[in-house]
Design a protein around this ligand. Structure first.
Ligand SMILES: NC(=O)c1ccc[n+]([C@@H]2O[C@H](COP(=O)([O-])OP(=O)(O)OC[C@H]3O[C@@H](n4cnc5c(N)ncnc54)[C@H](OP(=O)(O)O)[C@@H]3O)[C@@H](O)[C@H]2O)c1
Length: 329
């Protein structure tokens, strides 16, 4: 469904999220790096604020956030009096139990994460909860049995808050495919949320099962944190102070180089655009949670999302590359 907005040149596409009643924009704003962590008027925060306003003006109706990012103060400036405030859908991280909670689920803490978001984001309802169960160490060995032990308590408080009108749907970020399978089996979730891009394709193993069950999927970091962009064509030509300059990221740039080589024809003029179009190719993906820090980044990403996606054969080819070249490294 394409919806035109005002007189601007861009239009926004929306997709139904699994079997929910939510039609979300294919671009979901992720503000993790879009502001300083303390309120102020620094350049970064001003650009992030403008980016969020630009995205909303362009028809974005889906916003990701977490208390952990400490950027909600900036979002509040935009959202407090925004004319479309009541039409927006929020997806928030709810990590309970967190790493240091000793595998103990606390309903009060779950409620707190939601109540604080309602206040910070000036909304009456959080449409989607990205619930996460964390352990220390955060291994499958610990997390697989933990899910079964706490899921009834999670669902109980979720239902209570849903009855209060404060939350919409429960989804989860499973971290790994085995935990994703286990989460699907519980039948308690409307869908999964996970990393998905040309370099991180693990979660694609679950797409078939999600489709069969009419569950949704939200793809986090389609640009592989910013490495799959035209601005970061290789590690030697990064801007001074770029966050990927460190030697530890050499392996990620090697993966990027492999993608450039294998998909030269499909990429065409822009890696940024290809990465976005690629992540939207699988119909199960309802929306991409993208970090957008400036108005120019917003228009670039929205324009890319309007263009046609590569074929499902290209997606399959990417999975083969991932399995053979990236999956284990
Ligand atoms: N576990 C979790 O739940 C989890 C974990 C990580 C992230 N997240 C969420 O996912 C969101 C996205 O993650 P991410 O930001 O790491 O990854 P990403 O969306 O793959 O990459 C976003 C980065 O790419 C660059 N960029 C964006 N638009 C661009 C454009 N048009 N042209 C060129 N470069 C562009 C920006 O970096 P520069 O400004 O530095 O160039 C931006 O920070 C976060 O904001 C957060 O909301 C969730």
């Amino acid at each position: 469904m394409a919806v035109e907005f005002s007189k601007k040149e861009l239009s926004m596409n929306y997709r139904r999220l699994g079997r929910t009643d939510l039609d979300v924009s294919v671009i979901c704003v992720g503000p993790m790096r879009a502001a300083a962590t303390e309120p102020g008027n620094d350049e970064k925060s001003k650009a992030g604020e403008l980016a969020l306003r630009t995205a909303l003006d362009a028809g974005v109706n889906f916003i990701h956030s977490s208390y952990e990012y400490r950027t909600r103060w900036m979002m509040g400036r935009v959202l407090a009096n925004h004319p479309r405030r009541s039409e927006l859908h929020h997806v928030i991280k709810v990590p309970v139990p967190d790493f240091t909670d000793g595998d103990h689920f606390e309903a009060d803490k779950f409620r707190l994460r939601i109540e604080e978001a309602l206040t910070d984001l000036h909304t009456e309802r959080i449409s989607v909860l990205q619930w996460m169960w964390r352990s220390m160490p955060n291994t499958d060995e610990r997390r697989l049995p933990l899910l079964g032990q706490i899921i009834d308590e999670v669902v109980d408080i979720f239902h209570r808050m849903r009855d209060e009108g404060k939350v919409g749907y429960l989804m989860t970020f499973p971290y790994t495919v085995p935990c994703g399978e286990k989460a699907i089996e519980t039948e308690k979730f409307s869908g999964l949320i996970g990393f998905y891009n040309l370099v991180e394709m693990e979660m694609a193993d679950l797409f078939g099962e999600l489709e069969k069950r009419d569950m949704g999927f939200l793809a986090i970091r389609p640009l592989y944190q910013g490495i799959l962009t035209d601005e970061r064509a290789n590690q030697n030509s990064l801007r001074k102070g770029d966050r990927f300059a460190d030697e530890e990221y050499a392996i990620d740039f090697a993966k990027r180089a492999k993608i450039s080589e294998v998909f030269r024809d499909e990429i065409g003029e822009s890696m940024t655009s290809f990465a976005i179009r690629f992540a939207l190719a699988a119909p199960i993906v309802s929306s991409l949670i993208v970090g957008l820090n400036t108005p120019a980044q917003v228009s670039g990403i929205i324009a890319a999302a309007e263009d046609s996606s590569p074929s499902l054969q290209t997606v399959e080819k990417a999975r083969e590359i991932w399995r053979s070249a990236f999956g284990l490294g």
